[in-house]
Design a protein around this ligand. Structure first.
Ligand code: GAL
Length: 961
């Protein structure tokens, strides 16, 4: 691939992919050929522009002792070496005038000197490899220019053998932040320049292959695997001792095998032995095809329980160490995730080794996105301009050649959000020619011209249902429509996990289970890209003073930036669990269904437990017959007595990603009617000096609000409808309807006024009549609080009647009150341990929970409503001595407690903006609005909308001593 540049533009601005480099080939770690890592401390100098002609730094003898040092791999903007990260989603942070880039083009000169170990190199060639440099690099070794390259997340190699010396080698790399390649890398993430992946010297001994290609298919009809290893540039033998294979490279051999799947990642260790090099192989036999309109692996339809993964670490950006890669995959496996789309570029190649080993289906996506052209109606889009086609083909080849030997990679993706164009077709043609044994994915072209499957992002549930029935809106072109209608369907992105949410996962899953054509999807996205920041905790767009930015749209993951799972991940784990455990209450049994595509249930143990009011009263093993994929059985529970019965499917043995006993799936059923608190009636209110006493409650006689419950001071108890809008409440700028956050504010729900109309103390209690409404508008909520008591306990019945026209749903409907800060220990019986909302409550486990108010907070990177517990029967807040307040619901309620108000939560822009005050604010809600995923996708489904309508709800309060 030795090319030269047209003279008109500097190399970093022309459309060529590079010059001077070697043809791409497979990446592998297991070889007996020598290698030297050039990672480590390098000398570094940053210049503000790229125009400099001064290349003297690349000459041997140059004195760089005055330069800064920088860690390679790494991004200079994250190492205090100058410049700053910048985040934009769609817009390019420079004028769109392809292939030109601005004068202000931060340029990092990197220098490293190194000696060679004795006897190095041996007899043969040496290759210098860069696994990833953003956005381009020009390279010199010992003063000789090797060439240059673009394609940030792709490997680039140069032949350097003849240039090396035993001592004092000087490697010089000039990196520009912006290049023509930047137009192809507009991937909704931080712009982070630098040599961010490994730099390695690799020996290529005489007689070593130039490249090799492992073909390992599986025939499900007879259980055989066929192995053929193409070996280029050398003869060799292929050995797989466990299978008795010893054949010449290039020769096919068929033997009985256990296939590789994401559920059963069976790898066979082997070797490719050539005269010059021994290469370790890990062979997984599997085949992937589209047949009868379905993606089939090893003959079976698969269901993707996927996530989109960007490479991200809060301190090191896209430099991700091996332990973090493994951690990502272990967390995915532990949360029942079986597929990854490497959005929107090939990951560090070692990540794919781990996918092979641990078992994940992979859509490997090319380093390509030109989304910023959408704002120009795609005018000038590089994927539809032949001059760019060599660059596109170069990217396709670098991905496919690098990753072609991975069992886990079953689909190649051309890239993301590039509109449509001939360049994409050229890529697809090339990929199919080179690797006809995998499928091709591309989402951005509705005609699916270049793809083997129909892929979409963020369709509504209703549309997915139509697609499931192959009854979607037709394309104008009948032929294209027929072709697409016959295709399998997946969502390469859905369920935008920004902030609190995503809501509506269960409803999607039901569609995947009902319609075979719907083969699942990939949640957007795995991790929040919040960068560690001294003042903000985690920073998002704008925090580094960017001129253009897209704020916290970069924090939309199932993990917080520090890789703590968010409630969204817990919910996803439950929704996609591969075993269904459903109570058959009348029968006192459970129906257990194996939802795996390949694995039977032999790797699972089943156990039951029985709790009454959250207290354990019994548990044991449950005898479940071994279930084949898709099979189900009804299993009797040793049911006797009321309470909550739980059944769990747990790992029977340790695995590479979780230990024995790890819970894979669970189900619960409640026997007997839930206990409802007895009415608190009988006591009479007593008036005295501006106060009214009713049982354990003391009220302000003028306003009718409680000031004390037993010994506990109570502050500001009243109806509350406000919540700090979530990212999903706010919606997306390009989806103007259902931007509830703005509509709520417009109506004034964040500044409701409370007017007291009457405080009536009668023989049977205290009735407080009020009207709650925002300033400036007519609609309001006629609200009454009826207080009763039985001496020990205080009852409250709230009645709400909307007046006027309410055109927006309410954020919440319930009461809120304050307790002194000391009452910071919570206990409740209800859903837990984590937060839940009406459309995100699948993972809420009914039980008795206890934690501090601080632990009840979900620390979204941009603070917003969080922390509600669903289906709560009773909740307590106590101080260190156990004194406090207990509230029981007339019906299950939503329980939230925090050390700040919703208004303070709403005002904060970062976690560090939240400061605990002297009050614990408690919300007991009769109902709350659902979450949806409108930050980028469908809003709240109608059944989860909290429309304003007449409501009554009640609580019984007891002081705790
Ligand atoms: C998609 C895009 C992703 C991300 C997501 C929203 O359109 O492919 O890269 O931007 O939306 O977070």
């Amino acid at each position: 691939m030795i090319r030269t540049h047209a003279p008109a533009l500097p190399w970093y601005e022309d459309m060529e992919p590079g010059s001077g480099g070697l043809e791409p080939r497979a990446w592998y770690a297991d070889s007996d050929a020598g290698r030297i890592s050039l990672n480590g401390e390098w000398r570094f100098r940053l210049s503000p522009g790229a125009a400099t002609r001064d290349e003297s730094f690349a000459r041997p003898g140059f004195d760089a002792s005055g330069w800064a040092t920088i860690g390679v791999p790494g991004h200079w903007v994250l190492q205090g070496a100058g410049g700053a990260p910048a985040y934009t989603n769609v817009v390019y942070p420079f004028p769109v005038d392809p292939p030109r880039v601005p004068d202000a083009n931060p340029t990092g000169d990197h220098l490293r000197t190194f000696d060679l170990p004795a006897g190095w190199p041996g007899d043969g060639e040496v290759v210098l490899r860069f696994d990833g440099v953003e956005s381009c690099a020009r390279v010199w070794l010992n003063g000789r220019e090797l060439g240059d390259f673009k394609g940030s997340r792709l490997p680039h190699e140069f032949s350097v053998g003849g240039l090396l010396r035993a001592e004092g080698n000087v490697l010089a790399v000039r990196v520009h932040q912006w290049s023509s390649g930047s137009y192809l890398e507009d991937q909704d993430q931080w712009w982070l320049p630098g040599i961010f992946r490994d730099v390695t010297l690799l020996e290529r001994p005489r007689g070593a292959p130039r490249d090799f290609f492992v073909h390992a298919g599986y025939d499900h009809r007879d259980g055989s695997g066929t192995l053929r290893v193409e070996c280029e540039g050398a003869g060799g033998r292929v050995l797989v001792p466990e299978l008795g294979i010893d054949v010449a490279a290039g020769e096919a051999v068929t033997v009985a095998v256990e296939p590789w799947t994401a559920e059963t990642p069976r790898l066979y260790d082997g070797e490719l032995v050539t005269p010059g090099e021994r290469i370790g192989l890990r062979v997984g036999f599997r085949s992937v095809v589209v047949e009868d309109g379905l993606i089939r692996v090893n003959g079976r339809r698969v269901l993707f329980r996927g996530v989109n993964r960007h490479e991200f670490h809060p301190e090191t950006g896209r430099t991700v160490d091996a332990a973090t890669m493994r951690r990502d995959l272990v967390l995915m496996k532990q949360h029942n995730i079986n597929a990854v789309r490497t959005s929107h570029y090939p990951p560090h190649p070692a990540f794919l080794d781990l996918c092979d080993e641990l078992g994940l289906w992979v859509i490997d996506e090319c380093d390509l996105e030109t989304h910023g052209f959408s704002g120009l109606q795609w005018h000038g889009n590089p994927v539809d301009d032949e001059r760019w086609t060599p660059a596109l083909l170069d990217r396709a080849a670098r991905m496919v050649e690098r990753d072609k030997n991975h069992a886990s990679v079953i689909i190649w993706s051309l890239g993301n959000e590039c509109g449509t164009g001939r360049g994409l077709s050229a890529m697809a043609r090339w990929i199919r020619g080179r690797d006809p044994e995998r499928l091709v994915h591309y989402e951005g072209d509705p005609s699916c011209r270049d793809a083997d499957l129909y892929s979409r992002m963020y369709p509504t549930h209703a549309e997915v249902e139509l697609i499931g029935r192959r009854a979607e809106e037709p394309l104008a072109d009948a032929e294209a429509d027929a072709r697409r209608r016959a295709m399998p369907f997946l969502m390469c992105e859905y369920a935008h996990a920004m902030g609190n949410g995503p809501g509506g996962l269960s409803e999607y899953q039901r569609l995947f289970e009902r319609y075979r054509r719907c083969q699942g999807g990939f949640v957007w996205e795995w991790i929040d890209h919040g960068l560690a920041h001294p003042e903000h905790g985690f920073a998002y767009g704008g925090d580094f003073g960017e001129e253009l930015h897209d704020a916290n749209f970069v924090c939309d993951g199932l993990l917080f930036p520090d890789r703590t799972p968010s409630p969204g991940l817990t919910e996803y784990k439950k929704v996609v669990e591969p075993v269904r455990i459903e109570p058959v209450a009348e029968a006192g049994s459970v129906r257990i269904t194996n939802g795996y595509d390949f694995a039977n249930s032999a790797h699972l143990d089943f156990e039951w437990s029985h709790e009454v009011d959250g207290a354990p009263v019994g548990s044991g093993a449950l005898d479940v017959p071994e279930l084949a994929p898709g099979a189900s059985a009804e299993v009797p529970l040793p049911m006797a007595g009321a309470g909550v019965w739980s059944v769990r499917a747990v790992l029977a043995r340790d695995t590479a990603w979780a230990g024995r006993g790890h819970v894979v799936a669970w189900g619960q059923t409640e026997a007997g009617a839930p206990v409802v608190p007895a009415a608190a009636v009988g006591a009479r209110p007593e008036r005295d000096a501006g106060l009214i006493t009713l049982g354990p409650g003391v009220f302000d006689a003028a306003t009718g609000t409680p000031v004390r419950l037993g010994a506990v001071p109570v502050e500001g108890l009243r109806l509350d409808v406000w919540r700090a809008p979530t990212d999903n409440d706010n919606g997306a700028a390009w989806l103007p309807d259902e931007q509830y956050g703005a509509r709520w504010r417009e109506l004034g729900l964040h500044r409701m006024q409370h007017r007291t109309d009457a405080v009536e103390a009668g023989a049977d209690g205290l009735l407080v009549r009020t009207r709650v409404a925002p300033a400036g508008v007519g609609p309001g909520l006629r609200t009454s609080y009826r207080w009763t008591a039985d001496g020990e306990r205080l009852g409250l019945a709230v009645s709400v009647v909307p007046e006027g026209e309410w055109r927006v749903p309410l954020p919440r409907l319930g009461i809120r009150f304050g307790l002194p800060a000391a009452y910071g220990a919570a206990r409740w019986f209800g859903g837990g341990p984590g937060e839940a909302y009406p459309d995100t409550r699948a993972a809420s486990v009914l039980g008795r929970w206890g934690m501090s108010v601080d632990e009840m907070q979900t620390p979204y990177v941009r603070p917003q409503e969080n922390g509600a517990r669903a289906g709560v029967r009773w909740a307590e807040l106590a101080d260190g001595s156990g004194a406090g307040v207990r509230a029981e619901g007339g019906a299950p309620f939503w329980f939230t407690a925090r050390r700040w108000t919703s208004e303070q939560l709403d005002a904060a822009e970062h976690r560090t903006g939240l400061r605990a005050g002297g009050t614990v604010w408690v919300n007991l809600d009769h109902a709350v609005q659902g979450i949806g995923s409108r930050s980028c996708g469908p809003g709240v489904l109608p059944e989860y909308r909290l429309d304003a309508r007449a409501a009554e709800f009640s609580f019984v309060f007891t002081p705790l001593n």
